[in-house]
Design a protein around this ligand. Sequence first.
Ligand code: ADE
Length: 441
Amino acid sequence: MDYDIKDINLAEKGRLRIEWAGMSMAVLKSISERFSKEKPLKGLRLSACLHVTTETAALVKTLKAGGADVVVCASNPLSTQDDVAASLVADDEVPVFAIKGENHETYYSHILSALRHEPHLTMDDGADLVSSLHFIALKKWDDLEPTVREWARNLPEEERNRFLSNVIGGTEETTTGVIRLRSMERDGVLQFPVISVNDANTKHLFDNRYGTGQSTVDGIIRATNRLLAGAAFVVSGYGWCGRGVAIRAKGHGANVIVCEVDPLRALEAAMDGFQVMPIAQAAPLGDFFCTLTGDINVIRAEHFLVMKDGAIISNSGHFDVELDLKGLSESSANRRPIREFVEEFTLKNGRSVYLLGEGRLINLAAAEGHPSSVMDMSFANQALSAEYMAREHATLTKKVYPVPFEIDQEIARVKLKSMGIEIDTLTEEQERYLSSWEMGT
Ligand code: ADE
């Protein structure tokens, strides 16, 4: 079996941590039990480009229980948990291509390894797998990473086409990936249907908000061991992820400042009780900065240069593009690592600012990603969407589809049950009232 991981001897540690995560993943467990009996993914090859974490291991086991032939590659160079990768290889015989800290070239060679599996189903977190597949199939050589480009160009046309012709559909985990897929659909290049897991309510309302909220603050604290109470904490972006970070930073006693470009979100942030202002005004005030916008160069050289001495800068958006790292480097006279996941930049004005986790998503770089209890719902959506795609792909076209409403509702129901929470049901009289327009007071 071909694989590329850091150290197979880490498997025992990974196995125990995967077991621990599984204890908070009741929805996925129930799906796994049904999949073992029904085998809805039997005969399907599935390539998953995901953060290789304990929670992802639980998903991979579920997909295998459903009969899928799974390979896994990393969806970010810094998010892999090497012990989990080792356990998946040693205990589950899953080919894994992921090493924490891998460079750009290795990252793409790992994606390539997952593509060589010739998947029927793709599972992405950020759309790097699907976009690489499209670049190869559509011969968009200039958009490919050089290693992949060389290899793909030398491939016989027939083999290249097979990459695409095998695929019946895919699923996408995250906001950034869905934005990329929607622009592929808009430009008419998307070649197969993809389900946007991110749009499910049981995904973004919990994973993006409470998952990102807790794990981002966790990452910042683990990296710095600094106190948030009384500090000024600047959150750029007030989508579901930004909302989550803002509320958790506030819970730690920080004074939260929100920067936004969308007037509605800015208004919401203001009425949620946060200060709202442009980044140019927030830059000299913040002790901590965290970007979660999905866009590029949100904090730039002109902002770094007016920051307080000692300001701590981080990103929790999917790609490492939100902080202008080139601008930071060019504004600096000196840089040095000062502790794990913290790099000191001494600016040309003599002040120092501290960059966390190379500007990569800090919740997975310095902490362990979202807690298993929320990933339970995200990955239940993934597993059930893969099953739906396997069953329904012939009825779907080359578009981005939402997770079916019934799946979303069912996940909420099972999650509540696993938490021991019961809820009310409408009486017949209440149902009649809600469905009739004639009844007034
Ligand atoms: N994305 C954010 N947190 C994650 C986790 N724990 N596992 C997989 N993907 C994630």
